[in-house]
Design a protein around this ligand. Sequence first.
Ligand SMILES: Cc1cc2nc3c(=O)[nH]c(=O)nc-3n(C[C@H](O)[C@H](O)[C@H](O)COP(=O)(O)OP(=O)(O)OC[C@H]3O[C@@H](n4cnc5c(N)ncnc54)[C@H](O)[C@@H]3O)c2cc1C
Length: 463
Amino acid sequence: MTMPQILWLRRDLRVADNPALYHAAKAGPVVAVYVLDDEAAKHHAYGGASRWWLHHSLESLAKSLADRGSRLILRRGDAAQELTRLADEIGASTIHANRHYEPWWRKAQGRLCESLDLQLYDGNYLMPPGSITTGSGGQYKIYTPFSRAVRAAFPPRDALPEPEIITAPAQWPVSDDLADWNLLPTTPDWAGGLREFWQVGEAAALERLEWWKAHVDDYDDKRNFPSLDKVSRLSPHLHFGEISPVQIWHAFKDRGSKGWETFESELIWRDYSQNAILQFPAYATQNYRADYDRFEWRDPATDEAAARDLKAWQQGRTGYPIVDAGMRQLWQTGWMHNRVRMITASFLIKHLLIDWRHGEQWFWDCLCDADYASNATNWQWTAGTGVDSNMFVRIMAPLSQSEKFDAAGYIRKYVPELANLQQPEIHDPEEFGRRPRDYPRKIVSHKFARERALAAHKAMKGD
Ligand SMILES: Cc1cc2nc3c(=O)[nH]c(=O)nc-3n(C[C@H](O)[C@H](O)[C@H](O)COP(=O)(O)OP(=O)(O)OC[C@H]3O[C@@H](n4cnc5c(N)ncnc54)[C@H](O)[C@@H]3O)c2cc1C
């Protein structure tokens, strides 16, 4: 009972319903450690917005553990090596961790198993990824049958209470100082909008859940309207594991409203995405449909006009108000409304004819909820390159989307140049002759872009 137990934390920065913490605390004194391992993830090392979130989330968890007489130890480097070193230092042989499915974490888990007793638990999904199988024992590839099978297998596990006591080890190992990791931006400090928009940490996640209880029933009708505050905004809390989906599910399971049913489907999309990367580890970097490897994208590395267009998209200066509002919301707050993520992603891929992977990387850097699985699944879905995806030839019309989902208020908020415009011209100021001087012309016309995209698709198919 006295041998210290290492608790390896990654995207599970909470004390309640944390299976790894719960079992470590039962087994002996706990040494909780977070290892910042940027090398392993390569192109998917955390981007700027995620690093900002991570800083505050670690700070909050460290405080929470300190309130319980424990500590959070911080180390930096190759996770498997650092954990092995820590185990040597403190005389531990067991590491408790929740399972994670990003390819670099699966590798690290595999290496640790070779030298230490690695106890892995399922903590971050409604159902353990890989556990929902088809009649013949295979993995589901398509969302709808997957979600049906998930619902048939419900209920998910019960949420675990936080441990009654977290025993401290006889001696604490040394820890890095969080400030030395430089996760926060300084020159310039671009995080003002993030600070205004978010409260970070487990307590904030639980508060957001309480707020959401008053809104979830409206979710089905209102979730697509970006001007309304009618989505949960729980995504970064879920990504960093400040709250588990199981906690959310149990909070709503008896609602019986259409709003909850639709919201539950979104949580199942999150599970589905993990199942996708479990089957296709390179999903964030490779087309699932190999014929798209032949697609003739405009390449910003070699084509100046494409490079200009990519920049205009990133900066929210495309001349399409709904696209620009979304991209500026992303830059200011580290988050974007889901409907607008779909519109902006489709615009990059189909209107600008730029490979979805450029968008995936930009979102990766700018989103606080940047998630290897969910980002890849949604980009490949939008591009038509994924295992389950929208057809490429279905091309979203951003201006009609903006009208249909009543985005005027949203545009006024994020594109101040258009703040004085009313409906309907706010959706397309150029068309109505109301474009203010400081707002750009459309960088491409919808009709031209649509025809160009369809022709490129046809060429890829060899028709
Ligand atoms: C191009 C693109 C990229 C995206 N990248 C990410 C990403 O990196 N990380 C991320 O968490 N989500 C991503 N999404 C999915 C979705 O947009 C966000 O999860 C959602 O907008 C987060 O806001 P919310 O918490 O208010 O969601 P809500 O609408 O309140 O949904 C509740 C939760 O369900 C999950 N969820 C909802 N929609 C999806 C979905 N389509 N796929 C997977 N999970 C979903 C999220 O965990 C979300 O917090 C992306 C969508 C698109 C179109």
